[in-house]
Design a protein around this ligand. Structure first.
Ligand SMILES: C[S@@+](CC[C@H](N)C(=O)[O-])C[C@H]1O[C@@H](n2cnc3c(N)ncnc32)[C@H](O)[C@@H]1O
Length: 295
């Protein structure tokens, strides 16, 4: 038996081109400007005080405050989760029985209580792995040893060994020990899909918008494939000419679609969020995209 997230997290292969710029060198002028801005920014200070991985948490907290996205016990998929502040919010809001899976192109340990898969979400292979993980109901569930005992199940030494090995190497307090050999492609088990995916912006607004639309469309096709009826989809996008097409698709798939610019989103940034609630019955990704995302 093997664990998807463990395999992906332990793989320390080269970081894909375009992501190296994320590293900030302390001696550069732009780094000093970035550090000064972070120190002055109230959201960054508050994030540090609250032990949140980044100021981005406040965008999702505001969206949840306005739109009531989360409930206890939900399954949440967080696309582009690193460094993990949205995942922290999802873990917190879904409580002890929540199941949270983060995906990122960068290697990153998920926050406590969540699982993670490393991979490029635009690649079919990554999406297949995510669906395989989701289709195995026992994966990514918080460990509740008391409940196991109460049910009278015997936990073998090998199970415990495997559990502690996986918990240490992938994430804490989450059960990833079982994986079905035969995984299905269509899995409607998700309550909320979040996507905050974006690579570093290039400064070329057309290019950034085009990349953002690729990520959003891929996330939407995945959401429509994996959300339960009534599920919700939150998606960051960089505004531009094509966002009306995205909005049209969202309206076809969800009962309620709103554009949001949370206060924590910097005013100079072109980023906005689509908050889409309540997946309609019977909508498929083929209805939105034909055969484009045929996997
Ligand atoms: C703004 S950050 C997300 C911040 C996160 N929501 C948080 O609260 O900590 C965007 C993330 O999207 C990831 N990303 C960008 N393109 C991606 C892709 N094609 N596949 C997977 N992750 C991607 C980046 O690596 C980055 O970690």
């Amino acid at each position: 038996m093997e664990c998807i997230s463990r395999l992906r997290l332990l793989r320390s292969g080269p970081i894909p081109s375009g992501f190296h710029e994320i590293v900030r060198f302390s001696s550069s002028g732009s780094s000093k400007r970035w550090t000064t801005r972070q120190r002055r920014d109230p959201y960054s200070r508050e994030a540090t005080l609250r032990n949140l991985k980044s100021r981005a948490a406040f965008k999702l907290l505001e969206i949840d405050h306005n739109h009531h996205i989360f409930r206890h016990g939900q399954t949440v998929v967080d696309l582009g989760f690193a460094p993990g502040s949205w995942t922290q919010v999802a873990v917190d809001r879904t409580g002890r029985k929540g199941r949270i899976l983060g995906i990122d192109i960068l290697p990153c340990m998920p926050p406590k209580g969540a699982s993670a898969i490393q991979g490029n979400f635009l690649h079919m292979e990554t999406q297949r792995e995510v669906k395989a993980f989701l289709s195995e109901d026992s994966l990514g569930r918080p460990i509740d040893r008391d409940a196991l005992g109460a049910a009278g199940e015997e936990v073998s030494y090998i199970d415990l060994e495997r559990q502690s090995e996986l918990s240490a190497s992938s994430h804490e307090g989450v059960d990833n020990t079982r994986r079905s050999a035969n995984t299905s492609a269509g899995v409607r088990v998700v309550d909320v899909v979040l996507s905050d995916m974006m690579a570093n912006t290039s400064g070329n607004s057309f290019r950034d918008h085009a990349l953002s639309m690729d990520l959003c469309n891929s996330a939407l096709a995945f959401a429509v494939d994996t959300l339960k009826r009534g599920g919700h989809f939150i998606c960051k996008f960089y505004s531009g000419v094509e966002d009306v097409d995205l909005e049209r698709r969202l309206r076809k798939a969800f009962d309620i679609v709103k554009r949001e610019k949370p206060r924590a989103s910097r005013s100079e940034s072109r980023e906005q969020y689509f908050v889409s609630k309540t997946l309609k019955e019977g909508v498929t990704k083929q209805d939105l995209y034909g055969d484009l995302y045929d996997y």
